[in-house]
Design a protein around this ligand. Structure first.
Ligand code: PMM
Length: 271
């Protein structure tokens, strides 16, 4: 079971987290949802398409992205949280900043999705006393530099040990295990060989905590005719295979297609 703010998810089937970018520069949707009204309308469409969780982000983490300050990030995300609060989906705030996490929780967020795994000073405290779910993600370096020269001796062991250490830190700060989710951070300081090794290791990572995967529209695994960004079909294929390898939550742009594919993938898993 995953405790997620106003929601308790049984995790008997994979959950779909729809992406609502309130940024002018994201990996793939180019800021089309930068204006709060449009981001809210997009979130409502994703809910209609079957998203269980909506992940609202006001700071791009794509490689090379420039950081934004907390005031600007809040200006982008708070109206979107308020506008989507009663849509029926759980709301996640995608942020690395403790101040943004705390304000988003007050505004009604059910989950904190931190690509920095609550390593910022004050981040553990910002979420400890809430009932929110927490996603702890692995990232090597920072978004500004992470894809310049990713290097590991043993990527699976290093990511697994990092996630285990962050889970231990969260538990020591008073966060119940039933609130925790982990994520290997596909594309966050990783070459395509690293991404492939981590994908193969999903069953091992799922022993630590329910696993969230973010594969949507990322060109992670090479191939695909050299195109820079994977499309919906590639994203959905990767999502279905991730679920077959034990992923509990899939972060997706193409929610309707992902929901449909995961329903089949889940049934064919034979549990
Ligand atoms: N990827 C992005 C942003 N946030 N959060 C988690 N937990 N996992 C991810 O893989 C992840 C994330 C970047 O993708 P986007 O710019 O397309 O939203």
């Amino acid at each position: 079971m995953l405790i997620c703010g106003r929601f308790d998810f049984a995790l008997e089937r994979p959950l779909v987290m729809g992406i609502v970018n309130a940024t002018p520069d994201s990996f793939s949707d180019g800021g089309r949802h930068a204006d709060p009204a449009r981001a809210i309308a997009h979130g409502l469409r994703l809910r209609e398409a079957g998203a269980d969780i909506l992940d609202i982000g006001g700071e791009s983490t794509r490689p090379g992205a420039a950081p934004v300050d907390a005031a600007e990030e809040l200006r982008r995300v708070l109206p979107v949280i308020e506008g989507l609060r009663d849509c029926g989906a759980a709301l996640s705030i995608d942020s690395m900043k403790p101040g943004v996490m705390a304000a988003a929780l007050v505004a009604g967020a059910d989950m904190v999705n931190d690509v920095n795994a609550l390593r910022a000073p004050g981040a553990l405290d910002a979420v400890a006393n809430a009932r929110c779910a927490v996603c702890l993600m692995h990232m090597q370096g920072t978004p500004a530099t992470m894809q310049q020269a990713p290097r590991y001796d043993d990527v699976v062991a290093e990511v697994r040990d990092f996630l285990r250490a962050r889970i231990d830190a969260a538990r020591a700060a008073g966060i119940a295990p039933a609130r925790l989710v982990c994520d290997p951070g596909f594309g966050f300081g990783k070459t395509s060989a690293h991404n492939r090794a981590l994908f193969q290791a999903l069953p091992q990572l799922a022993e630590l905590a329910p696993v969230l995967v973010g594969l949507s529209r990322k060109s992670l695994f090479g191939g695909s005719g050299g195109r820079p960004v994977a499309g919906a079909a590639a994203s959905v294929a990767a999502a279905a295979l991730a679920v077959a390898r034990g992923a509990a939550i899939v972060r997706a742009h193409d929610v309707a297609e992902t929901v449909e594919a995961l329903a089949v993938a889940h049934r064919l898993r034979g549990r």
